[in-house]
Design a binder for this molecule. Structure first.
Ligand SMILES: Cc1ncc(COP(=O)(O)O)c(C=O)c1O
Length: 500
């Protein structure tokens, strides 16, 4: 059966029909066999990239009989790190490592080493951990519009996703308690981070995704229409992950306030950039607690806060709202139990590192880092604009999304990979972005990026026959209406990661 011939018709079907059709097709042995062949071709082409050390370094599928010498362990790990660090150190990577200077990392590592045994679950043993976390929350709140006398509060979490999960959990619990909402719904523009879908999935909240305008900003009218009596929260990004644009948070949060529902600003990416950009004179629309409708914010310290990987902050307008994310148990035989976030035991060292990073950067440090990042991003943006085959999507200040009407942008990305670049593929519409970090502000990096991008465009133009390795996967994801196929591929990829 030639499924491809029928795809254009399938695409117009309602999604529930497509799912049924997909289940039906999957029961046909010939289709299943064809799919299995496709999966194994794609995955075996990826296996080499994901498992490059097979046969090159010792592998342990079971515990070694006798402990391996510590020196040998360290040496192997140092070797692997050396190989893996070069790309991000030299500024070839979008996002991922946001500071990365050797002296800065040494400082964070010293702080970590001092605290590697600390577990904030035992606040009585390590009151220093509680001090660091309270101050991290307070400094972040002050940076994001808390005024003296405000009750703005929050917790330190393990990352942006956990901050978002907890905020959504808090709204669900709040809405159930205060309004009796049993079938909660949340509204998020299609561009809001996928961790909101994860929250919806984990916590049984119905996700309503709304469209964005031609600049990839939330369409406020569509949000207004989507509000029902079950809506518990509206979400806006400052800025969004895909295109780096800031949603009209002022209008959106006002809408939420008028309806007596929550409003979450996802400032995971922008929390530690936008306040400083505003001080530097950039035109930054309001997005933080200075807007009365904003009831919670997520801001990632492990991104542009320059802390080590593994911390973020979730903030709430009131302690009352924060309480809904807490977990307590009063009659467990293991004793009275209380935990503010998702994990039980937590790495206190990461909170200590986070505190040290914030205090060592200070306002001046963040201001200067932001200045450098925004200036470098402006240079890259100009360079992209000057390539006739490319166009920018939205007006991101330092997250720069670009696509092409004439070339396969995923193949452009793949060519960039051959030059060492690690960029982020986007979809709906197909595009690629680079999140500019301090790694890109070093001399020559922006020029190298533009030079390689121009070479990539020329190469793809000159070789229309090349298929590439990743491009077909993204191409398939962009065009195939059968989402179950892509979903299965992603799950098999995760399985692959756990293969020894
Ligand atoms: C806007 C936004 N929100 C949330 C997240 C999730 O953060 P994390 O990957 O730290 O869980 C990201 C990650 O890039 C993001 O860009």
């Amino acid at each position: 059966m030639n499924i491809e011939r029928w795809l254009p018709y399938v695409r117009w079907m309602p999604s529930s029909w497509i799912r049924r059709l997909e289940r039906f097709l999957h029961r046909i042995p010939a289709v299943r066999a064809e799919m299995e062949k496709e999966y194994s071709e794609i995955l075996s082409s990826l296996e080499g990239t994901v498992k490059p050390y097979r046969g090159k370094v010792p592998t342990y599928a079971t515990l070694p009989q006798k402990g391996v010498a510590k020196e040998a362990i360290l040496q192997m790990m140092e070797d692997l790190q050396r190989q893996e660090s070069q790309r991000w150190q030299e500024g070839y990577v979008s996002g991922a490592v946001y500071h990365g200077d050797a002296a800065w990392i040494d400082f964070l590592n010293r702080v970590y080493a001092l605290h590697s045994q600390v577990n904030p679950l035992h606040a009585d043993l390590w009151p220093s951990a509680a001090k660091y976390e309270a101050e991290v929350v307070s400094m972040t709140a002050a940076m994001l519009g808390a005024q003296p006398g405000d009750e703005i509060c929050g917790t330190v979490t393990s990352g942006g996703t956990e901050s978002i999960l907890l905020a959504m959990l808090a709204y669900r619990e709040w809405a159930r308690d205060k309004k009796g909402i049993r079938r909660p719904e949340m509204i998020a523009p299609v561009t809001a981070h996928v961790s909101f879908d994860k929250a919806a999935h984990y916590f049984g909240i119905r996700m309503i995704r709304t469209p964005v305008d031609d600049q990839f900003r939330a369409d406020v009218k569509a949000i207004r229409k989507a509000i029902t009596r079950n809506t518990i929260v509206i979400i806006g990004s400052a800025p969004s992950f895909p295109h780096g644009v800031i949603d009209p948070i002022e209008e959106m949060s006002e809408l939420a306030r008028q309806h007596g529902i929550g409003f979450h600003t996802d400032a995971c990416l922008g929390g530690f950039i936008l306040p400083w950009a505003e001080k530097l004179g950039y035109d930054i629309p309001p997005f933080d607690f200075r807007l009365p409708g904003v009831t919670s914010i997520s801001a990632d310290t492990h991104k542009y806060g320059y802390a080590a990987k593994g911390t973020s902050v979730v903030l709430y307008r009131t302690p009352e709202l924060r309480r809904y994310q807490y977990f307590t148990a009063t009659d467990w035989p293991g004793g009275l139990y209380l935990s503010p976030t998702l994990a039980g035991s937590r790495p206190g060292a990461l909170s200590a590192v986070c505190w040290a990073a914030l205090v060592a950067m200070g306002e001046e440090g963040y201001l200067e880092a932001t200045r450098q990042i925004l200036e470098t991003a402006a240079e890259i943006k100009e360079g992209i604009r000057a390539i006739p085959e490319m166009h920018l999507l939205g007006d991101g200040l330092w997250i720069l999304a670009f696509g092409s009407d004439t070339l396969d942008i995923y193949r452009v990305m793949e060519f960039m990979a051959t030059r060492g670049w690690n960029l982020n593929p986007l979809q709906n519409p197909p595009a690629v972005h680079i999140a500019v970090t301090l790694r890109h502000t070093r001399p020559g990096v922006a020029e190298r990026f533009l030079e390689d991008l121009r070479a990539a465009v020329e190469h793809v133009k000159a070789h229309p026959e090349e298929r590439g390795r990743l491009a077909p996967v993204y191409g398939m994801a962009a065009t195939l209406p059968f989402r179950g196929v892509i979903d299965e591929l992603l799950r098999r990829y995760l399985d692959l990661l756990y293969k020894v």
